[in-house]
Design a protein around this ligand. Sequence first.
Ligand code: SAJ
Length: 479
Amino acid sequence: MNKLSRILKDKGPIENVGVVGMGYVGIPAAVLFAEHFKFVWGFQRASASSGYKIDLLNRGESPLKGEEPGLEAMLNKVRSEKRFECTSDFSKINKVDAVTIAIQTPFEDIINLKPDFRALEEGLRQIGKYLNEGMLVVLESTVTPGTTGGLAANILNEESGLIAGEDFALAHAPERVMVGRLIRNIQEHDRIVGGINKESTERAVELYSPILTKGRIITMDSTAAEVTKTAENTFRDLQIAAINELALYCEAMRINVYDVRAGIDSLKGDGITRAVLYPGAGVGGHCLTKDTYHLERGAKTGNSKLDYPVNTESLYVLARKINDFMPIHMYNLTVDGLARSGRGIQEARVVILGWAFINNSDDTRNTPAEPYYDLLKKNGASITVHDPYVKEYNDIEINNDIEITQNLNEAVNGATAIAIFTGHNQYLNLKAGKIKKSTGLQHPVIVDGRNVINPDDFIREGFVYKGIGRGDKNYHDII
Ligand code: SAJ
């Protein structure tokens, strides 16, 4: 029996748990751990932007926006049973047997594959400072493959004077949660658990098994767990890029990509799979827009030299570029449509329908509508933005607030061109005749980035129609 096995055996089963980072990953995890273990500390920096969460959580209120079924009831229960407390006093980490960390890991510079791990490193330093022998540390954040056994282990060892894998257990168990179904995702998704050694994996299995209902534990080593998480999102981004590229091809060949999609999708059975997703105005969010670069960085900084076709770009990074081209394609379709209606971009007032990156949500992270907005602005168009869910948006880069209206009739009034960026339900039944009248134009332009309108309804009313993948309609006669 090696040193860590002996230490863990002497220490006995996990009783107290700590969760660092009271965000949309940490809070549901803390509440579920509190359901199954003796006591849980939720650690949250008393920062200006997030410190308010501490009192809120201790009052049994969730600081998370939007509906999270089951979360607040569970939070109230564990608070009333005195099994959960949120604190900014990180020294209490020395009272727990296991601590997880779930802190954002954005990229500072994707060209040079430079992530911004400052917040993660700060959290790891805090844990290291109060780390005891026999503790389990688990990274839940999405990280570059190699981080758990590399950067994280080094920081924890340096701060604690202990050795990861010998004196304490260290593992990666990536989160797979979606806003709106946080509790259910943690309980029902299979959980990847990867320790830096066998004993660490086993200790992490002990932490996660009790909170799973339908989900099962899948064990591997920490680097494989890091690759699994980044690759599962990279593959989704790749699938979206594949259908986006096909949409561009179909436009060039003047056919309807949705006919082709239905055709391809009909090939089923006998182990045949074709993950044909949906073309669109771009890919936003905080997962798919960064995880490819974590995977890329991991492969490039791996222990062995990467053997890859010479002077050939990574397929995965190319997929990112195809997806990031889609807002530019939306701009090109808008310019083409305006030209067909006899106008230049400078004379146009363009209405963007949808600022959220995903349907029926107010989540605007990395929204594809922003590069489109920036292109319109740079080329002199006047712009109105409508979104039923998003009330405000500050464009940090150019530090200006983008005004967003929730009044659709007002937004389209006098519009020269309308570009649909998000498939919000409100846009599924746009009335062509009513909108045409509001614009006051003979031939207003409409550009459908999410396949939510029927082209013929708008063409019949005199619109100049453009749609992603709709090569069969994009060159229609103007009525
Ligand atoms: N998108 C398309 N075409 C598609 C699907 C999505 O253009 O066929 C666009 C969306 O409009 C959006 C972006 O991609 O702008 C991302 O959409 P998403 O459905 O992937 O939503 P995310 O970014 O929240 O991805 C999350 C991820 N979940 C976790 O990280 C735990 C991802 O791994 C999931 O596959 C995804 O949810 C999901 O399947 O719902």
